[in-house]
Design a protein around this ligand. Structure first.
Ligand SMILES: *Cc1c(COP(=O)(O)O)cnc(C)c1O
Length: 390
């Protein structure tokens, strides 16, 4: 009997019991007062996480749906856009824009690195006629475990009028993001990452500038229309039937998060980042990201010469019921990715690191057992900030 899995994916993530219980409540009328009150509380809560006082819609979709909504509403067919890609998800956002008829120019950064904000600034400075209508950028690149300095990028864009459209599906609530202060125009996130509820909801926050763009955008829309969404939100409803159980879960997860305090949530994630990096480095493994741009949500680790990442993952699953992610595309079988976002627990991370040591040694990599675990324990001892109650 293996019991629950140690699931350390960069989404879906561990669901706290309180959230699980909230989601088992009976249905309510989605056009009634109880739903209206719940939605009001939820919107206020998510806006705190986004640090925005602007518009926010919730879509019943995976994260990609939220990205499609941002493009469909705020990018017009034929618009020139600058897509900054530092990995698989950056490429995906560019592909969505292309699908909707945008003329996409790209900045492609070698995988494992963040974009240099000055490079984005320089590209926009060259665009004297302001032909570029939007900059598309990933906040936290889940495929590599690297986060972009959004604040720096936005600052480097200066007074160029392009909208800033951000994929923060795996970033929000794990890495700092200040939508209004930094001047971001559209920011997308998703339920199954740091929000610690199941997959199925995406969030789209957008500025008045983005809304103005939508109002003149000839791109047709139905399901993703922000007009429909805003019209129904004003009545305390959603245009189409919402996944009510997920709303129950979201309400509870936000209460937990805000009760813990957003600063504490972010500090806890930063602690996880240091914990996992210190642990793998203690046994001679190399993280993909350098320390400055290493993600607080997921750590990618190069496998040593001769160790097949997917074989190791299979060993961890078979022997310890441990689930970690593999590499995508060119990184397949070369790295493992350890997710540490949402309601992950320190001792689950310790357990997975212990299993990793055994797995590596089993596969022929010389590990002095306990070294990585000790490094992780040391990090916890020094205080990762995880002192949650309840
Ligand atoms: C998870 C994720 C997405 C969305 O993936 P879905 O499978 O559509 O939920 C998009 N961008 C990033 C950076 C992600 O981590």
């Amino acid at each position: 009997m293996k019991g629950n899995q140690y699931m350390l994916l960069p989404g879906p993530t561990y669901i706290p019991e309180r959230v699980q219980r909230a989601m088992s409540r009976p249905m309510i009328n989605h056009r009634g007062a109880a739903f209206r009150d719940m939605q009001e509380e939820i919107l206020a809560g998510i806006k705190q996480v986004y640090r925005t006082e602007q518009n926010l819609l919730i879509y019943p979709s995976s994260g990609t749906g939220g990205l499609e909504a941002a493009v469909a509403n705020f990018v017009a067919p034929g618009d020139k856009v600058l897509a900054v890609s530092i990995g698989v998800f950056g490429d995906r956002l560019a592909e969505i824009a292309e699908t909707f008829g945008a003329q996409v120019q790209s900045i492609k950064v070698p995988w494992g690195q963040a974009v240099d904000p000055e490079e984005v600034g320089a590209r926009l400075a060259e665009d004297r006629n302001h032909d570029i209508k939007a900059v598309l950028i990933t906040h936290n690149e889940t495929s590599t475990g690297v986060f972009n300095d959004l604040k720096g990028v936005r600052r480097a864009m200066g007074n160029h009028p392009a909208l800033t459209i951000v994929d923060s599906v795996s970033g929000l609530a794990a890495a700092d993001l200040r939508m209004d202060e930094w001047g971001l125009d559209a920011v997308v996130s998703g339920s199954q990452k740091a929000f610690s509820i199941p997959p199925g909801l995406s969030f789209l926050a957008f500025s008045e500038r983005a809304l103005a763009k939508h109002r003149t955008n000839p791109q047709p829309n139905f399901y993703w229309s922000v007009d429909f969404g805003m019209e129904y939100q004003a009545k305390g409803q959603t245009p189409f039937t919402p996944p009510i159980s997920l709303y129950f879960g979201l309400q509870e997860a936000l209460r937990m998060m805000l009760n813990e305090g957003l600063e504490n949530v972010l500090a806890r994630h930063d602690g996880y980042r240091r914990l996992v990096r210190n642990a793998v480095q203690a046994i001679g493994l190399n993280p993909l990201a350098d320390a400055v741009s290493a993600s607080p949500a997921v750590t990618s680790v190069w496998m040593p010469e001769g160790i097949a990442a997917n074989e190791l993952r299979q060993y961890l699953l078979n022997n310890f019921n441990v689930v970690v992610a593999g590499g995508q595309q060119s990184l397949d079988n070369k790295i493992i990715r350890i997710g540490h976002l949402g309601s992950v627990r320190e001792l689950d991370l310790l357990a997975v690191i212990a299993a990793l040591e055994i797995g590596l040694r089993q596969m022929g990599y010389p590990v002095e057992l306990g070294r990585a675990v000790a490094a992780a324990q040391e990090q916890i001892f020094q205080g990762t900030g995880d002192r949650r109650q309840g």
